[in-house]
Design a protein around this ligand. Structure first.
Ligand code: DNO
Length: 346
């Protein structure tokens, strides 16, 4: 496995110099920010980012994310142009040595939480999803801010998007995904790029919008759309694991055996009785997932892909991007590395 760490670029309060001091972290996961969704990622911008990362002795082989334009997800005629752009982006990234592209197929909203700074008993702050609160939210009321969401949408644009989505079913969303994959995977193959879809977070429909990448069955359906090493998965333990319907260890076992997992996001979540969840420290005893079992399964199956410690809590007074501070994610990286080292030695 290759241990990596997400970095949001030069505006990130967590610096590359910080990251390189975490033992075993060799790779950076980043993206080309500040270009509109759907546009081609220019090669000079990718080169600039790569040089920046390499100057600090780190590598850049994973891009998270290259977002998919809503017109592709909706299957509108204008998708053709955006799919062509996506292909160009794949080619440009491959010319700069990128190996894995993470993307998702969630309509409108990316990952969703009800609160980003919930104080836990030990004084740390974490991201939570309280079902009752999310159920009461109406994104069309305005003023809503969600962590993974392009808040630049104007309320009129949002209304229009909701209206478009009301016309399509889950099956339509699947066939739009299929259409997209059948066009881009051959290009990714030629470029030796592994596409790695990120599961929906949380893995159930929100705000009445469909969500389809939700568990083992849908991951199976996804990989069978186009059988290729380039059509693979990002397995995010926290996204899949926040539904008690998903057995994360079983999912990892199934797909890592078959070489379908290119990228792992590992973190823990504590499931609450009503379908809500709180993001906990990585340590197994703090949450509902068994992190040792997760890492052991990857190790047993000879996993050679990329891993990143996913969200951390805010600890020791750190402030910054919720989920993406330095300290708790560094603890996560060391915990995962420690488990892996122990398994190596056994
Ligand atoms: C949240 C992230 C997601 C992820 C995208 C991938 O912390 O894991 O926002 O980057 O869903 O496309």
């Amino acid at each position: 496995m290759k241990m990596t760490f997400r970095w949001y670029g030069e505006d990130d309060p967590v610096t590359l110099k910080n990251i390189r001091q975490i033992p075993n972290v060799k790779g950076i996961v980043s993206a080309i920010y500040n270009i509109p969704v759907g546009e081609v990622c220019p090669i000079n911008k990718i080169k600039e980012l790569k040089e920046l990362v390499e100057k600090d002795g780190l590598t850049l082989e994973v891009i998270e994310s290259v977002p998919v334009h809503e017109d592709i997800k909706l299957g509108l005629p204008s998708r053709e142009k955006f799919i062509e752009n996506y292909k160009e982006t794949i080619k440009n990234l491959s010319k700069c040595g990128i190996k894995v592209i993470c993307y998702n197929f969630m309509p409108v909203f990316d990952w969703t939480r009800s609160q980003l700074d919930k104080e836990l008993e030990d004084g740390s702050k974490t991201l939570v999803y309280y079902k009752e609160q999310v159920d009461k939210l109406n994104p069309l009321d305005g003023g809503l801010s969600l962590p993974g969401w392009d808040s630049s949408y104007k309320i009129e644009d949002l209304r229009e998007l909701f209206d478009e989505y009301s016309k399509i079913s889950q099956e339509d969303l699947w066939s739009n995904l299929e259409y997209f994959l059948k066009q881009i995977i051959p290009i990714a193959e030629q470029c030796d790029i592994k596409m790695a879809i990120h599961p929906d977070d949380p893995p159930w429909p929100i705000f009445g919008l469909p969500r389809i990448i939700t568990g083992k069955e849908s991951l199976e359906r996804l990989v069978s759309i186009y059988d290729s090493p380039s059509n693979g998965l990002t397995v995010c333990t926290g996204s899949l694991g926040c539904s008690d319907k998903n057995d994360v260890v079983d999912i990892i076992d199934e797909f890592s055996k078959r070489g379908k997992i290119h990228f792992m996001h590992i973190r823990n979540v504590k499931l609450l009785d009503d379908g809500s969840f709180e993001e906990s420290a990585h340590y197994s005893k703090c949450g509902s997932l068994d992190i040792v079992d997760i890492v052991k399964t990857l190790h047993n199956n000879g996993f050679t892909g990329y891993i990143r410690p996913d969200h951390g809590r805010m600890i020791w007074g750190e402030t910054g991007k919720p989920g993406y501070g330095l300290y708790d994610r560094a603890l996560g990286a060391m915990y995962l590395t420690g488990i892996w080292e122990t398994l190596d030695k056994q």
